[in-house]
Design a binder for this molecule. Structure first.
Ligand code: COA
Length: 174
């Protein structure tokens, strides 16, 4: 599993796979599909979109190449100014999901952990990777905790009735 930074220079077939990747039915309250979040992210110099790439196992264990299993963005701005006293110390993990057919296989946990290293590579001076996750999103909270994120105790009220847990992790050199 690895993360690949996306840009308009990326392979068009890779971008098409990313744009076709969807979270499951009913998960759109947690995360919008890349078809909606990739275009604005790719046009914003403060956001870095990435694909979660996983190896395809070929016959008898032979490598069968890779496929896109997830998507996310690292954001240098977003609501960071509301989440950190010093916004420049952190990056935000947003729009993150694993495509429905690929969920429950450890990709979300592994990708969230790798995102800490990617954030460090992008912003060596930053110290924290921050994310907001709905309190009811047990799968995501479990995956993030296993990836080294901790509940900061703060809550982000994007919608008044639906508080989100603010989780933070130290950036991780590779
Ligand atoms: C949340 C998400 C990223 C986790 O990725 P994943 O690859 O499915 O998760 P993992 O396989 O790493 O599983 C981590 C743990 O989450 C839990 N989990 C995973 N899928 C779950 C599900 N559908 N229901 C309940 N718990 C679940 C399990 O406890 C799992 O641990 P296990 O190995 O003991 O079973 C992914 O499920 C997803 O994209 N969900 C929809 C969109 C979303 O919620 N994005 C996050 C927005 S903040």
């Amino acid at each position: 599993m690895r993360l690949e930074v996306l840009s308009e220079a990326s392979d068009p077939r890779l971008l098409a796979s990313v744009l076709a990747l969807k979270p499951g039915h009913g998960q759109d309250r947690y995360c919008l599909p890349a078809s909606m979040t990739y275009p604005p992210a790719s046009a914003d110099p403060l956001r870095v979109p990435f694909a979660v790439m996983a190896a395809l196992d070929g016959p008898e264990g032979a490598s069968g190449g890779e496929r896109v299993v997830g998507f996310g963005t690292l954001d240098r701005h977003g609501q960071l100014e509301h989440l950190l006293d010093e916004p420049a110390r952190g990056l935000l993990l947003r729009a993150f999901y694993v495509g429905r057919p690929h969920q429950g296989r450890g990709y979300g946990t592994a990708a969230a952990r790798r995102a800490r290293a990617l954030a460090h590579a992008l912003e060596p001076e930053a110290q924290l990777l921050v994310l907001c996750v709905h309190e009811s999103n047990t799968a995501a909270r479990t995956a993030y905790a296993r990836a080294g994120f901790a509940d900061s105790g703060a809550r982000w009220m994007a919608q008044a009735a639906d508080p989100q847990v603010v989780m933070v992790a130290a950036l991780q050199p590779r």
